[in-house]
Ligand binder design. Structure first.
Ligand code: PMP
Length: 330
């Protein structure tokens, strides 16, 4: 019999898939690391597992412990699954702009969710930041993973994502392209690939236009999970050889093409990363192997990127692109 003992064993070892249609004019091989095959549906399962196991080893997280983290997204799902399997309780803090669908996913895994008002200053006692700090102080046996500063975030990628890519490409990878949020993926994976290739692999960050990584001030953009208005400790500023800024429009149009042309229903930061990867691959030759990491699935974005009305409201759809035809309207 071949079976796994728990969901935890299914974290990592995600497939590498060749991009065909969207890379039709490119001579290099462009491969996508499809992270939605992780049990929680995103790359963040990797860091959740590593951060929790490291905290168990150091004694910061003890039996019966409570994991408190300000997150509403993929990191919360990863933490909730690993915590549940290991017998810890999770409390997530999120701002009130987060969709009820996202909150319900965390609740489904057994986590508690505390929702804070967005319309207050960061110094206000009810702010997102203050509430999570207070919960950590006041909850007995509480531990805060803090993905933005936890070295086990990049370390998880140095130990899993990097070696997987090196083995899957037989050491032939020449370029690695990924979005930057906390910076954990690019820092850990990028450092491993540079070391394994004696510095040959070129590491490229993809960034929403306006974020600090590509020289902006944090100007608002719509792509979720990537870009920042500050420099997190998890980000190693030495590792990226190049940062490619990508507009929301290019990110979302590529996200929709990935579903339509490659059968890949993925999130907006994936479209952003692929748009950057194709720009990087454009001048390259047939011996080059460009790997782009796709962090999550498109299921969490059905009412935005995959909703024609939402796309039209922002002017992101090409003129004349067919939208849903409602019988009776025509
Ligand atoms: N895309 C999505 C959807 C994410 O949730 C994240 C994590 N914030 C990233 C990309 C970026 O990954 P990292 O935090 O490792 O830089």
């Amino acid at each position: 019999m071949h079976y796994h003992e728990s969901m935890i064993e299914l974290v990592g070892n995600t497939p590498l898939l060749k991009l065909n249609a969207v890379a039709a004019d490119i001579r290099a091989t462009v491969l996508a690391k499809v992270e939605y095959f992780n049990p929680g549906g995103s790359v963040k399962d990797r860091i959740a597992l590593r951060m929790i196991e490291a905290a168990e080893e150091s004694g910061e997280l003890r039996p019966g412990g409570v994991i408190v983290e300000p997150t509403s997204g993929n990191t919360g799902v990863g933490l909730a699954i690993v915590a549940q399997q290991k017998g810890y309780h999770c409390v997530f803090v999120c701002p009130d702009k987060v969709s009820t669908d996202k909150i319900n996913v965390l609740r489904a895994y057994g986590a508690d969710v505390v929702v804070c008002p967005t319309a207050v200053d960061p110094e206000h006692p009810d702010s997102y930041y203050n509430v999570s700090d207070r919960l950590v102080r006041e909850t007995p046996n509480a531990w805060k993973p803090d993905q933005y500063s936890n070295p086990d975030n990049p370390r998880s990628h140095y130990e899993s994502t990097g070696p997987e890519l090196w083995q899957q490409t037989d050491g032939r990878i020449t370029h690695f392209v990924t979005g930057i949020g906390t910076g954990g993926t690019i820092s850990g994976t990028g450092r491993y690939l540079k070391e394994a290739s004696d510095g040959r692999v070129r590491v490229v960050g993809a960034d929403p236009e306006g974020s600090v990584y590509s020289g902006g001030s944090g100007r608002p953009y719509l792509v979720e999970g990537v870009g920042e208005d500050f420099w997190p400790d998890a980000y190693d500023r030495e590792v990226a050889d190049e940062i490619v800024p990508v507009s929301d429009r290019d990110s979302f149009q590529m996200t929709r093409r990935l579903a339509k042309e490659e059968g890949l229903l993925v999130g907006g930061s994936c479209g952003m990363a692929v748009a950057a990867a194709l720009r990087v691959a454009e001048p390259l030759g047939p011996d080059d192997v460009v790997v782009v990491l796709l962090p999550d699935s498109g299921r969490g974005y059905l009412s935005k990127i995959f909703n024609d009305d939402w796309m039209n409201d922002y002017g992101f759809l090409e003129e004349g692109e067919p939208t849903v035809v409602r019988v009776g309207d025509v």
